[in-house]
Design a protein around this ligand. Structure first.
Ligand code: GSH
Length: 211
């Protein structure tokens, strides 16, 4: 059986879990803390990051965007990526934005773990600009439509829904709900789907010293 190395708060892993659930692909969920030395992640990904999708023959793929492409190629139904080439590019652009927001949020999360005297105000401001710029772009792209891109649920909805819920988990003080009411409605609709409800992110305890 397929195995997915995942972490409960990870927005990257959640994208993959949702795609697998939407396509009804059975898999074994291996929940790990990627920051702890006990994780099996480095045995399957030289970059030491999860998610990692491990096939029956022991081979693996990593990097959430790439994993989603592999899943789409192997299990095309129901499609998560639009058939129309321009819509497909638009959906992938949304994923570029949401992954960029997540990357900046992860950097902010770790900067917040440093002693206050070692934190860089400039670095924090730089990452916050990326988060806010990305959210603004998402809100503009989504508008008030039912789906972020096109008329069918898919990659752009998965990418948008996962970054918004991750914000709630790690940065509950972020004012995205008051700033972007259209994203609030979108997030609520997405979280009502069974694939989202089954993968609600929760924080993990990290035992190792990371920064
Ligand atoms: N670009 C990667 C990001 C994955 C990522 O940063 N995963 C985190 C957990 S949410 C991780 O495993 N971090 C461990 C590390 O960077 O050493 C993806 O989309 O898969």
């Amino acid at each position: 059986m397929l195995r997915l190395i995942s972490a409960t708060p990870s927005p990257y892993a959640r994208k993959v879990r949702i795609a697998l659930a939407e396509k009804r692909i059975p898999f074994e969920l291996a929940t790990e803390v990627p920051w702890d030395s006990t994780t099996a992640t480095p045995r399957h990904n030289p970059l030491e990051k999860l998610p990692v999708l491990i096939f029956e023959d022991g081979s693996s793929v990593y990097e959430s965007r790439y994993i989603l492409e592999v899943i789409e190629a192997r299990w095309p139904e129901p499609p998560m990526v639009p058939a129309d080439p321009w819509e497909r590019l638009a959906a992938r652009k949304v994923e570029v934005i949401t992954d960029g927001i997540c990357d900046a949020l992860v950097l902010l999360f770790w900067e917040g773990h440093r002693a206050p005297e070692h934190q860089s105000a400039e670095w924090i401001a730089r990452q916050r600009r990326k988060v806010d710029g990305g959210l603004r772009a998402l809100a503009e792209t989504a508008g008030d439509r039912e789906r972020v891109v096109g008329n069918q649920f898919g990659l752009a909805d998965i990418a948008t829904g996962t970054v918004l819920r991750y914000l709630d988990v790690r940065f509950p003080e972020h004012p995205w709900r008051s700033e972007y009411p259209n994203l609030v409605g979108l997030s609520a609709r997405l979280e009502a789907r069974p694939s989202f409800a089954a993968t609600v992110p929760v924080p993990q305890v990290i035992s190792d010293k990371v920064v």
